[in-house]
Design a protein around this ligand. Structure first.
Ligand code: SF4
Ligand code: SF4
Length: 418
């Protein structure tokens, strides 16, 4: 299977070699961890195994595998055409130097990592994908897709930067164009019935994640932020129905823990909300530092957090047109920093701080990510006015700055009013 996928096996093994030790230290060593994490440990333990085989089999049966990098890409349309949607991870430092061979160094590490994974041929999900769907969310991504297209067919969806009527019409057209693309690639006609079913599958997954996040509102938090981040990361490529079932099973356990007052951290431990750039697997550094310093991460306002599941697709569309319109609306309700203006994100952060009873906010900015970096000024002002402590952390996927970040985070936690 590996040979057929065209993997660079030597490099692949080198890339995965440190994972078991890191994973053991960060995740398995946590005391009083919910038992329901067993499934997710299993998925990570076999990260390049069973799921890849499922995708290979899916293709052998005539189905398509479509990879993407952003929460705006509509899974619903891929599923309705009998395809499987894979959100590719790009949170590792390993492929960044290779990405830099074709991209400038002063570019967001997420983009360099994404392209580097393809060039290095170490990601079986990339290798198994029939094509990739990019979007024009930020300038770096928009231009990188032109280069990625040299290595794997890349369909680009043009996301508007505003939310006026003309922008809505543009995105609706992009949704239609993507539907036609999927139909052409798969040879399957998307009907209202098929689309209704796939909208339901995606919404059920979002509802399960919302339920999981609701559990984190309790004090003591019944689950660590690290574990929830891992689950959010796996949400992008596990089978959606199986994943939903496992998240709900974990929530049953967490809800019992809440009733018993059982937590992963001490009651009264400082509660942190993280906001900012996405954290694709395996970028666990910031959570590890915060939780290693005695605090607990209770919410992420990121695309590997609330932005992924809080906006759902209306299920009342009776015709294909109404359903596509509902899918199109969802994206315009996600408060990504690529929009201008984007005041909804500030409102979201203030609301989430209250809902999750957070004591402070860590603003996570991936190096060279301009949209989130520029938006910090407004977020900081709103938080300061509301009397909520905030710190901006700019970082990448390397381990070089761990010590320095640790010092800054510890100082921030000490000044929280706890
Ligand atoms: S931050 Fe914006 S561009 Fe990036 S994944 Fe999220 S929605 Fe997409
Ligand atoms: S993290 Fe920022 S710069 Fe990087 S891809 Fe997302 S929006 Fe673009």
């Amino acid at each position: 299977m590996w040979k057929d996928l065209g993997m660079d096996l030597e490099k692949h093994d080198e890339f995965l070699a440190p994972v078991p030790e890191v994973y053991g230290k960060l995740f398995m060593a946590q005391e009083n961890r919910p038992k329901g994490m067993g499934y997710f440990d299993f998925v990570v333990g076999d990260i390049h195994g069973i799921r890849v085989k499922e995708l290979v089999d899916h293709k052998a049966n005539g189905g398509k595998v479509v990879a993407s990098f952003c929460v705006f890409v509509p899974d619903e349309i891929i599923t309705a055409a009998g395809g499987v949607s894979i959100g590719l991870c790009a949170g590792a430092q390993f492929p960044v130097p290779t990405g830099e061979q074709v991209l400038p160094r002063n570019l967001c590490p997420l983009i360099k990592s994404s392209v580097g994974f393809k060039l290095d041929r170490i990601c079986p999900y990339f290798q198994v994908a029939d094509f990739v769907v990019g979007e024009t969310t930020c300038d770096g991504k928009k231009k990188a897709w032109e280069i990625l297209d040299e290595f794997i067919p890349t369909h680009v969806m043009e996301l508007p930067q505003r939310r006026a009527e003309a922008d809505k019409a543009l995105w609706m057209e992009e949704i239609r164009r993507f539907k036609e693309k999927m139909e052409k690639e798969s040879g399957v006609a998307i009907t209202a019935q098929k689309l209704a079913a796939s909208i339901k599958i995606a919404n059920e997954k979002r509802a399960a994640l919302q339920r999981l996040y609701n559990c984190r509102k309790a004090d003591p938090a019944p689950i660590s932020g690290k574990d929830v981040l891992l689950i959010s990361e796996l949400a992008f490529f596990d089978d959606p129905k199986r994943f939903t079932q496992q998240v709900n099973a974990l929530c049953d356990e967490l809800e019992t823990r809440i009733v018993r007052g059982e937590g992963i951290a001490e009651k009264g431990a400082p509660r942190i909300l993280i906001t900012g750039s996405p954290m694709p697997i395996p970028s666990w550094k910031l959570h590890a530092i915060i939780e290693g310093s005695g605090a607990v991460v209770v919410c992420e306002e990121t695309c590997t957090g609330t932005r992924y599941f809080e906006t759902t697709v209306r299920e009342d569309g009776a015709t294909l047109d109404e359903q596509l319109a509902a899918i199109s609306e969802r994206a315009l309700n996600i408060n990504c920093a690529c929009y201008t203006p984007n005041n909804g994100r500030i409102e979201d952060i203030l609301r989430l701080v209250k809902e999750y009873n957070a004591d402070g906010v860590v603003y996570y900015n991936l190096a060279f990510c301009q949209p989130y970096s520029i938006e910090y000024r407004k977020v900081e002002k709103a938080l300061q006015e509301a009397g909520i402590p905030v710190i901006k952390i700019e970082s990448d996927f390397s381990e070089e700055d761990t010590g320095q970040l640790q010092t800054r985070i510890e100082a921030f936690l000490e000044m929280l009013d706890k």
